[in-house]
Design a protein around this ligand. Structure first.
Ligand code: AMP
Ligand code: MG
Length: 391
């Protein structure tokens, strides 16, 4: 059994990056940007009106002004407002040469002569100048960020219609166990519905990778080996759940070795999650996660999610916050690091949810996140500050 920190180090030291691909920028939200994006133009590309009104010379705003043309957005100004002249202008239209401000429509009145007059007292320029936001060649988005909707707007403005992103790892999911049936069936006596696989696929997708389901391996070494071999052949990462404990039919570690996987650990000092197994093969990395859905969920978050992110060169970090513990906490053994599902109370503390153990999947629905209790800590006093990790 190795400490969690050591397991994390081994996992992160085994990352093989997936490489990159070019895709249309319109498909890139949520992907990991694998190049720097720079601007091919100044932004704004010309001096433009930020308000509807009249473009004129600041010196003359208190004079009666003759309107010499109307400039709509998208049109090129044709006249130059001179002495006591102005051009009617719409938001987003180019400022005509010679004008240095826009008086806004709401602060003007039209006189019977057809001229207009400024009725305000103070006038801002109401012009956004060419290149004031961005200059040609400026760095707009640095590589290795997760692309957000706002980033898509930036790419659109910069003409970045094809973008290089990290290739999404293909991640195989295999469940194991004679007792496991798919969710659409009513479990018979001694059967359990397969919750892990579907939870894992959703976790894989949330991590930005592609989940592929390979089904349930019966507790049969040959059948499990065949599935594992296929999954390793076809994917960057394979996750198999169940069959990693100490039972008579828990032969997943042996099967992985038979498939040519070099096992790097098979026991981690965490609770839940002790039988977590990890190994590498020349074609794929492999995690063996515990069969219980709460353990599988947590070990994915603690080890697999950072691993998948790093495969895409993305430095994912969990959302954490410091909270005091609501009440005293104690446990029977402090040999392992404990992961405890907790809620945030209305007075800003964390309190463990009612939790019967790692098969108690509904406890996670109630939990806001998890706290970790370090190895060696048997008791914690109420008020102790702890790192809360959102799930
Ligand atoms: P195992 O590691 O195979 O000994 O499984 C540990 C526990 O997790 C057993 O109670 C299994 O029935 C349960 N379990 C295993 N696989 C799944 C699964 N895919 N969905 C829900 N529970 C499972
Ligand atoms: Mg089993």
């Amino acid at each position: 059994m190795i400490p969690f920190e050591k397991a994390y180090e081994i996992v992160m030291g085994s990352v093989v990056r997936t490489g990159t691909e070019k895709i249309p920028f319109t498909d890139s939200a949520g992907r990991i940007l694998a190049e720097d994006v720079t601007s091919d133009i100044d932004m704004p590309p010309f001096d433009k009106a930020t308000m509807d009104g009249f473009a004129c010379r600041r010196l003359e705003i208190h004079n009666e002004l003759e309107v010499i043309e109307t400039i709509a957005a998208g049109k090129k100004p044709e006249k130059r407002p001179g002495r006591n002249q102005c051009s009617r202008i719409m938001t987003g239209a180019p400022i005509p040469e010679g004008a240095d401000c826009v008086i806004i429509k709401e602060e003007t009145e039209e006189l019977p002569s057809g001229r207009i007059r400024f009725t305000g007292t103070y006038n801002k320029d109401n012009i956004s100048c060419k290149g004031e936001d961005v200059r040609t060649g400026d760095l707009l988005l640095g590589a290795w960020r997760k692309i957000k909707p706002q980033d898509i707007a930036i790419m659109a403005s910069a003409g970045k219609t094809t973008v290089t992103v990290s290739r999404m790892p293909a991640v195989a999911v295999i469940s194991s166990g004679d007792e496991i049936v798919e969710p659409q069936y009513i479990p018979g006596e001694s059967q359990i519905r397969n919750s892990n696989s579907w939870q894992l696929i959703a976790q894989i997708e949330r991590a930005g990778a592609r989940g592929r389901y390979y089904g349930i391996a019966r507790d049969d070494e040959d059948e499990t080996l065949r599935l594992v071999n296929t999954a390793i052949e076809e994917n960057d990462l394979v996750i198999i759940t169940g069959g990693v404990s100490m039972g008579d039919f828990d032969f997943v570690p042996g099967v992985l070795e038979a498939a040519g996987v070099r096992l790097l650990f098979t026991r981690v000092a965490v609770q839940p999650g002790k039988p977590t197994t990890f190994g590498i093969h020349e074609n794929a990395a492999v995690f063996g996660l515990p069969g219980n859905p709460v353990s599988s969920f947590m070990m994915f978050e603690m080890l697999v999610r950072p691993f998948i992110s790093a495969m895409m060169s993305f430095n994912w970090q969990p959302e954490v916050q410091i909270f005091p513990l609501k009440e005293d906490f104690s446990r029977k053994s402090a040999e392992r690091m404990a992961l405890i599902p907790v809620i945030i109370t209305s007075d800003g503390c964390v309190r463990p949810v009612n939790y019967h153990g790692s098969a108690h999947i509904t406890a996670l629905a109630e939990a806001d996140g998890i706290i970790t209790i370090p190895v060696g800590a048997l008791e914690l006093k109420g008020g102790t500050l702890l790192t809360f990790r959102k799930i």
